[in-house]
Design a protein around this ligand. Structure first.
Ligand code: UDP
Length: 238
């Protein structure tokens, strides 16, 4: 039997691609709105919510550098892509009357607040959803690592990693019928077996701070709230 999760403060990590719907690129507003409703459902039961959104639907540093662009410049472009996604999510959430702040790791004061830890904590206490943008602000990192860093800094009880599948499998469930889902899996197994939950530095940072990662499906309507209420299927990395 697994422990019933009851969380007061969580961080939701989604990839940029989760916002692009069936398009090959960019933002699909109905999809952004659908995810905003998932967040609203959790926020409405009194859970304090942080968010980190990737940028892969717009730009990835590694892709840019593979095409000859200087790596750090390409990474900054990737970080700027996450700011666009954060603003789109802010807009969708505020349309649902959920108050938000976009907090950027790279200063751009006209667009987003700078990251000041104590200020962000205060926003959470006032029930504002904090959307952390621009990753860690450093090249050579990913938004998975940014999510783990911010979740630690904000004292979140867990990272919720919303994906297309309802957990972590021993092999790709899209390709293999006999793939089986783990109820729980250790950080070390994720790393050793390269289970693809998050990148290695993010998993190591979670492990070293005992921060559980809950992998679940964002395609399931009401799924995020369900898991916070102790229902549904997911994998807990611990
Ligand atoms: N990035 C970075 N530092 C960070 C976070 C992100 O340099 O702390 C850059 C990196 O180039 C990355 C891009 O931003 O490829 C988009 O982030 P990510 O690939 O994590 O997005 P996702 O795959 O989650 O959509």
């Amino acid at each position: 039997t697994r422990p019933k999760p009851s969380f007061k403060r969580v961080l939701l990590k989604i990839s940029g691609e989760a916002l692009m719907g069936d398009q090959g690129y960019g933002l699909h507003p109905p999809t952004v709105q659908r995810i905003a409703r998932e967040v609203q459902a959790v926020h409405s039961i009194g859970v304090e919510v942080c968010m980190v959104i990737g940028g892969g639907n717009i730009f990835r540093g590694l892709q840019g550098s593979a095409q000859g662009m200087e790596r750090t410049t390409a990474d900054y472009m990737g970080m700027l892509a996450t700011v666009m996604n954060a603003l789109a999510m802010q807009s969708a959430l505020e349309e649902l009357d959920v108050f938000t702040r976009v907090i950027s790791a790279i200063r751009m004061d006209e667009v987003a607040e700078p990251y000041i830890r104590r200020r962000a904590v205060r926003h959470l206490e006032k029930k504002r959803v904090c959307i952390f943008a621009a990753g860690t602000g450093n090249p050579y990192f990913t938004t998975d690592t940014a999510a783990t860093l911010r979740a630690n800094e904000m004292n979140c009880e867990a990272i919720f990693k919303g994906t297309k599948v309802d957990g972590v499998y021993d092999k790709d469930p899209m390709k293999f019928d006999d793939a089986t889902r783990y109820e729980t899996v250790s950080y070390d197994d994720c790393l050793a077996k390269r289970l693809g939950v998050m990148d290695a530095s993010a998993i190591a940072l979670a492990r070293d701070n005992n921060l559980p990662i809950i992998v679940f499906s964002l395609d399931e309507p009401g799924g995020f709230r369900g898991i916070l209420a102790g229902e549904g299927t997911y994998t807990r990395v611990q």
